[in-house]
Design a protein around this ligand. Structure first.
Ligand SMILES: [Cu+2]
Length: 199
């Protein structure tokens, strides 16, 4: 059981391709605002926004307003159902993950078929996923990503840590509605980035 309660204070109805402001309030179960938070991965709150079909994924850092409230403005590209995943650490308590459903006006376009290849090109970077097989539930697994320049196939010369880590990995179970146990956030084993990042 989380020790805090997370809610959307301003319950907006987002419109696709228009900025929306989300205000999140963190309270204790007796209703008082939680006002002390511990920074982790350099931020007080990490907010993942993901569409139900996984076509939209954002990782944002809401601004702390005081009195237990965080605020962020973002633009969601298409209609449909989304989940806001708020990840934060109240001072002296465990990391807390809260799922907040949000509906964006309109319906999403049909999602493309899931990607089956283990290499994807993102901008100019080729990212290759290396997963040991078979995967077994309940056992630790090393997930590796090899990063190369997509045109030259050479290692990237200028990788730097981001938010204090060489790599951040978010894994979500494809299910509706998402629960905190369907969300996993891991970091690279090594602090210094290199060609292959293992998490
Ligand atoms: Cu973050």
């Amino acid at each position: 059981m989380p020790t805090t309660h997370t809610e959307l204070v301003n319950s907006p109805t987002p419109i696709p391709q228009q900025p929306t402001t989300f205000t999140l309030g963190i309270r204790t179960h007796t209703g008082e605002a939680v006002t002390q938070f511990q920074r982790f991965q350099e931020e007080l709150m990490h907010l993942i926004i993901v569409s139900e079909d996984f076509q939209v994924f954002q990782h944002l850092h809401p601004r702390y307003l005081g009195e237990g409230q965080f605020q962020v403005t973002t633009t969601l590209p298409q209609g449909g159902r989304y989940t806001l995943i708020a990840d934060y650490k109240p001072a002296g308590a465990k990391e807390t993950v809260a799922m907040l459903p949000v509906a964006v006006q309109g319906t999403p376009p049909a999602a493309p078929a899931p990607i089956a290849q283990t290499t994807q090109v993102i901008d100019t970077t080729a990212v290759e996923l290396k997963l040991p097989q078979p995967l077994k539930a309940g056992l630790p697994v090393a997930v590796a990503f090899r990063l190369r320049d997509a045109s030259t196939q050479q290692p990237l010369p200028d990788l730097r840590p981001y938010l204090g880590e060489a790599g951040h990995l978010v894994i979500l179970r494809a299910t509706t509605p998402l629960k905190p146990s369907d969300y996993l956030h891991a970091h690279a084993l090594d602090r210094q980035p290199k060609e292959t990042i293992v998490l």
